[in-house]
Design a protein around this ligand. Sequence first.
Ligand SMILES: [Zn+2]
Length: 365
Amino acid sequence: SPPQALPHLNPLHILDEDYCGQAKCMLEKVGSWNFDIFLFDRLTNGNSLVFLTFHLLNQYGLIELFQLDMVKLRRFLVLVQEDYHNQNPYHNAVHAADVTQAMHCYLREPKLAQSLTSFDILLGLLAAATHDLDHPGVNQPFLIKTNHYLAALYRNTSVLENHHWRSAVGLLRETELFSHLPVEDSIERQLGSLILATDISRQNEYLSRFRTHLDENDLCLGHASHRHFVLQMALKCADICNPCRPWELSKQWSEKVTEEFFHQGDIEKKHKLEISPLCDSEANTIASVQIGFMTYVVEPLFAEWVRFSDTRLSQTMLGHLGLNKASWSALEPEASGSSEEGESEPGRATEEPSSRALSQGSQES
Ligand SMILES: [Zn+2]
């Protein structure tokens, strides 16, 4: 790609005064679940990931605590933002900024805030900001069937996630952001373990482990390994929290992710490859894609998260999830009908994630 001019090292100061003021004003509410990342991205002239991450690292006191060099840090964040493909409708730097903002909301939840160390918080924020680095805008099956070099490199296993992680490590080494710290190796390893947890195809593994811990009530956040596991779950939630946002934000994400799926489907059609599930624009709608995603991926995950952290934020997220699903169902009457009437897989018909979430929520409170 052609060399791009790096944004100025102190980017807030080159913005129009008024936009700059509004962006700064928004950052005062960076912990709000209604935070409009799309507006923030426009106000920062497409630099939401740089500004948001820098602001959070600073607000948590991590820059001072870890003696991070300001020039190295800004260069690292700019390189991270530039490594995202802004031509991807969904997997771009705004998604990364959105996940980082959600992660911040989760890090402030009482159970985490009371137990996480500064090192955990640093890792959590960095993992969120880098978790989809250099995403090509197509999924792993596509990379495998087109014999992409990344699929061979990572032996068809968590191909994208491994690439996001190794890209992040590359930028950390290039900028020498942590080269003054004795924990540099540990940062790289833990960053990998967090980013690899975002592989949706391994969700059941993480979910059953989480469920077992909650059933046994044996999560001990004094243990580093348990805190790390909770960070993995928090990052997984942050990554797929779009359906738990207010409708106006949630709807935009749904449109973007479906656009990216359909784009992949169009490429597959053009090259006479088998069209991947959810990627055929003639067989799917935004609503049908969303309802399936919510039912089989998002609801089961958040049902467990609310058991772990039954707070006002969790109830707010479940509330939006229910309303958003109802809104999509109203736009797609057939799709919502079939999930009730056992046309879908029989094993799944018995599972009613939303009602289970509600009953669990009320048991806890
Ligand atoms: Zn992601």
